[in-house]
Structure formats: C-alpha cells, structure tokens
Design a protein around this ligand. Structure first.
Ligand SMILES: *[C@@H]1O[C@H](CO)[C@@H](O)[C@H](O)[C@H]1NC(C)=O
Ligand SMILES: *[C@@H]1O[C@H](CO)[C@@H](O)[C@H](O)[C@H]1NC(C)=O
Ligand SMILES: *[C@@H]1O[C@H](CO)[C@@H](O)[C@H](O)[C@H]1NC(C)=O
Length: 230
C-alpha cells in the first residue's frame, strides 16, 4: 500500500515535470478530471499522459494513449460555440512547434482539424524576437455545421520545435449537439510517429520546418455524425 502510494506520488511528480498536457477538455484516463467518469473495465488512470506517443520514429503509445474511450463523455459542446482549450501551466514547451486541435467521429481513426496553432504553439510570438512561453489556452469556434453525435473524440496533437523528434497527443471524449450531417476539413497531421509517417526534423530556429505537412502537403477528410440534441 505504502509502495503503491509512493509510486503514484512519483508518477504525479513526473507528470508535473512533464510536457504539455490539456486540462480542458479533460483528457482520457486523466487523474485530474473533476467529473471523472468510471473507467472501462481493465483500464487504469494514466499519470503519464504528457509523455510523447512517438519519439525518434518509435511508437510509444497508440493515438490518444488509450484505444478504449471513456464510456461517458466529459463534455457536451454545441456546434458553432466558442471553445477554449486549456493547458496545465507547468510543463516543457520545447520552444514551441506545430499544434492542432481536431475531432474524430469514428472512434479515433480519422481526425478532422478544427484549429491550428503553427510554429509558435505555447508562445506569444517568435522566441527569437522576444516571444514568451506564456500561452496556455486557445479559443476558437467550433464549425457551425459540425455534425451532432453523442460521442466524438477531441484531440490535441503537437510536434515540438526543439529536442528529440517527438509526437505528443491527448484526447478527450466529448458529445457535440448539432444536426445530422458531415463536415469536411484538413486531416490531422501525424508526424514523428514511426514508419509511414513524415519525420519533421528539429527546427534549429527555422519555424517553417515541416510546415508543408500542415498547410500544403495535406489531405482532406469528411466526418459524419447522426445528429444529437443533448
Ligand atoms: C511514460 O511515458 C514514457 C514515454 O512515453 C515512457 O518512457 C515511460 O516509461 C512512461 N512511464 C510510465 C510510468 O508509464
Ligand atoms: C533520440 O535520438 C537522439 C539522436 O540520435 C538521441 O540523442 C536520443 O537519446 C534519442 N532519444 C530516445 C528517447 O531514444
Ligand atoms: C507529401 O508528404 C509525403 C509524406 O507524408 C511525402 O512522401 C511526399 O513526398 C510529399 N509530397 C510533396 C509534394 O511534398
């Protein structure tokens, strides 16, 4: 028991000193969700969600860290509403990089991008020109024609500017109030995540590094939802 408690404390300390992690919406299996649903059978709380899911071309964890969704959603959003995604303030930002927020309607196989924060994610400008490591939330509108569903998967993904070539990701289980229909947009960029995915090298001061995988060499994808009225 004491041993277990010590391990949990260690894990918590590691998470606090870890990398960037969303705090809202609360990510799948996080120990920190205020209204934490019951875990699926056989799963446990993950104190290590801020760790990369890919590093140096090696897959360390599946997309979302865990394949099995929380049975109950953590948030109910409405198509067209303003959404503020928040991050824990502490955590290593690796001098920024490319971030995306996206959503999946097929259980986490296909993600369509809702918002991009390219180059200086977590910074309020280019670090070389005095941009500070101070941004811990992003606000954007969900598309008004985002289809409704009682269970979608929201994802934060990030390729870091400085350090080992890593791919960071956490996901939240959410519902979207909206009509039945479909939404077409850019497919999420997955990089530094093993064979078959592009490698984005360390930026070395050039914040356009790998930008083509977010702006031009991209794929379009359509997601479909049955509609949900809450
Ligand atoms: C946390 O994740 C990192 C990288 O994904 C891994 O090396 C480490 O073993 C993990 N730690 C725990 C306690 O799961
Ligand atoms: C990743 O590769 C770099 C450069 O080869 C190396 O310094 C680093 O230790 C590697 N990191 C991991 C986690 O394998
Ligand atoms: C687009 O990216 C893929 C890797 O995802 C790469 O194989 C291909 O050469 C790129 N195409 C262009 C035009 O850059």
């Amino acid at each position: 028991m004491l041993f277990k408690t010590t391990l949990s404390l260690l894990a918590l300390a590691t998470a606090a000193l870890g990398h960037m992690q969303i705090s809202y919406p609360c990510p799948r299996y996080s120990p920190h969700c205020a209204t934490r649903p019951t875990l699926p059978p056989g799963e446990s709380i993950d104190y290590n969600l801020s760790s990369p899911i890919g590093s140096n071309g090696t897959i360390l964890a599946p997309i979302c860290h865990h394949n099995t969704p929380w049975p109950q959603v953590n948030e109910v959003w409405t198509a067209g509403q303003s959404l503020t995604v928040k991050f824990y303030p502490s955590g290593t930002t690796h001098s920024g990089g490319h971030c995306e927020f996206s959503i999946s309607y097929d259980g986490g196989n296909t993600f369509v991008v809702l918002n991009q924060q390219l180059k200086y994610c977590f910074f309020d400008g280019p670090p070389s020109q005095g941009g500070t490591d101070s941004v811990r939330s992003y606000t954007f509108n969900l598309p008004a024609n985002l289809p409704g569903t009682d269970h979608a998967v929201f994802a934060f993904t990030w390729v870091n500017a400085v350090g080992n070539r890593e791919f960071y990701n956490q996901c939240a289980d959410v519902a979207i109030k909206g009509s039945a229909g479909s939404y077409t947009g850019k497919k999420v960029t997955i990089a530094n995540y093993g064979p078959g995915y592009p490698v984005i090298p360390e930026f070395l001061g050039n914040y356009n590094t790998g930008l083509e995988y977010y702006t031009s060499n991209t794929t379009s994808v359509t997601v479909t939802g049955p509609g949900y009225s809450g």
